[in-house]
Design a protein around this ligand. Sequence first.
Ligand SMILES: [Mn+2]
Length: 386
Amino acid sequence: MSQDLLRLPGLSHEEFLRLHWQRRPLLLRQALPGFKPLIDRRRLFELALREDVEARVVRREGTHWQVLRSPLRARDLGAVRRPDWTLLVQGVDLHDEGVAELLRRFRFVPDARLDDLMISWASDGGGVGPHVDDYDVFLLQAQGRRRWRLGPVARPRLRPGQPLKLLQDFEPEQELWVEPGDLLYLPPGWGHDGVAEGECMTYSVGFRSPPADELLRHLLWKLAEELPAGVRYSDRGALGRGWAAHPARLPEGMVDFVAEAFARLRPSRAGYTRALAELLTEPKQEVVFSPGDRVGLARRLARAGVRLDRRSRMLWAPAALAINGESVAPQLAASRLLRRLADLRELSPAHYAQATPAERELLLQWCRDGWAHPADRARHGPQEPA
Ligand SMILES: [Mn+2]
């Protein structure tokens, strides 16, 4: 179960991270030589119509753009031969094991940053227009040809009155054509405009970097859960003379009460770490785990080892270990076995045999919840109901 990371032609992961990551674009010709689409157009279209899938259709007529968002109906997808439209399907890795495997080949960037794999299909001339993203992205050309125009954008000005964010005056400084197997890396802040030349498919490996205000909102929410519940404001003895004349006045004591509650929120670094790990492992909204098969579970784990479900998110840090939005019990937070599972997403039977009773009980529970599976279960498992 070696980590089958994607080798970048001509440079090491370290060199890529030092020289290009978050700095400048990089085109890697034939990073995946002989690449064939993992999902054909028909299956992608079917996926786009599912309720638990986030998808968009973008159409262009001259300078007029139209965007349709999920839930999409069959008639929202245009005729394949009609030019100038594209279908974007988010989070395909959640629904297809082959695509999830491809996404995992990009784990030379931390899991905490990795988001999802989006597949876009485009008819001739299709694209989403010149735009700039807040996130890093790898664009893998999966099928057909696409023309990219790229250029740095210092202060993006958007075209008014459009249903999607389009750059007002994009001045590309380079133009390039990509073919199947070519990989283009773009850092945040680089304007780009990709136009299909004939029918084409592009895979976008997306990253995330939550902004500080969003992180704080979530962290405060999590930290508030650590306060003793049910401590209520009381104004015993505080309501003396004078209040009846100004019933609309907010009692000062209530402000003090909030200030005191806030002062009691004194999270340790471990507390922050736990909350952050829980937040970042929260499953995507559309993910629903189905309970695993319990028959002979302990025996199957002992024989085959254990593997995380492709949709499970797991992170660890010196003071925390979280899976799917939940921290493990403090006495297991430093478990080397569980860290190994998080890093490799799989434990061999030999490693599973070393599990303590508490670790084993936890792994059994994760299998019952559908978060993990005995590693003898076919990865490609039964198709989930549409
Ligand atoms: Mn983009």
